[in-house]
Design a protein around this ligand. Structure first.
Ligand code: PEP
Length: 259
């Protein structure tokens, strides 16, 4: 939408080992190359598990692929005694361009709150990694009609203390929890309602320039068959794709939604 470059980001979650990751990225690259995909017109990013990142980096570098890659999480800490965590500096060293922060599965299974999500976003930004900040309501909130207020409170919490300059290069993914992995996709109007409200809140928190610059993605059961109508919404600038991103042909078709 507008002058923002659409971003299609695939969240593989805990799927694909490093051999499978290499095959998947190769197939994705070939499919997009065959279709003469313009990566400047629609950016394509995959977010594999941490253990795959080095293999993906090697492939992307050696074949000069235009596919970007990101992490699914990042530590809020810079270094030290944090067993099991992966720092922003480690990820930057692997050429990682993006980090998903605050995915609903991390909020649910790892008790991540908005303060931690914000700290992770700050850690990413400090290493020049773009955070994809995930927000979105659960089913009960949706049924109560409180999805906008709920989601905007998450935006307020995650962006607390983030500078205007850093906010402008961040990405926000609106992912209604009831639509993730359920096959239940939000209507284009549902997606627009909340994505538009998020942009409005960015204008209030920062400026019209920041609101104009930030890419707001929709996520939740996006497939090649439903992506175009969602992308037609003025405040939707891309998609965060889970299940469908594991199939390179399908994910390529999602990235090619305009054709
Ligand atoms: C996600 O996990 O971010 C997601 C949107 O999953 P799915 O596309 O499978 O609903």
């Amino acid at each position: 939408a507008k002058n923002r470059t659409p971003l299609m980001a695939g969240n593989w979650k805990m799927n694909l080992d490093h051999h499978e990751a290499t095959h998947t990225v190769q197939k994705l690259a070939w499919t997009l190359k065959d279709a003469k995909h313009d990566f400047n017109a629609v950016e394509v990013v995959v977010c594999p598990p941490f253990t795959d990142l080095r293999s993906v980096q090697t492939l992307v570098d050696s074949d000069k692929l235009e596919i970007g890659y990101g992490a699914q999480d990042i530590s809020a800490h810079a270094k030290g005694a944090y067993t099991g965590e992966i720092s922003a500096a480690m990820l930057a060293k692997l050429g990682v361009g993006y980090a998903v922060v605050g995915h609903s599965e991390r909020r649910q299974y790892h008790a991540e709150d908005d303060a931690l999500v914000g700290a992770k976003a700050k850690a990413a930004l400090a290493a020049d990694i773009i955070p994809i900040v995930c927000v979105g309501e659960g089913l009960e909130i949706r049924q109560a009609g409180e999805q906008v207020a709920y989601t905007l409170a998450q935006v307020d919490g995650a962006f607390d203390g983030i500078s205007e300059q850093d906010a402008a290069r961040s990405v926000i993914a609106y992912e209604p929890v009831w639509a993730i992995g359920t096959g239940e996709v939000a209507t284009p109007e549902d997606a627009q309602e909340v994505c538009g409200a998020i942009r409005g809140r960015l204008a209030e928190l920062y400026s019209a320039e920041v609101a104009d610059a930030v890419r707001v993605l929709y996520g939740g059961s996006v497939k090649s068959g439903n992506v175009a109508t969602i992308m037609a919404q003025p405040d939707v600038d891309g998609a965060l794709v889970g299940g469908a991103s594991l199939d390179p042909t399908e994910f390529a078709a999602i990235a090619r939604y305009q054709s």
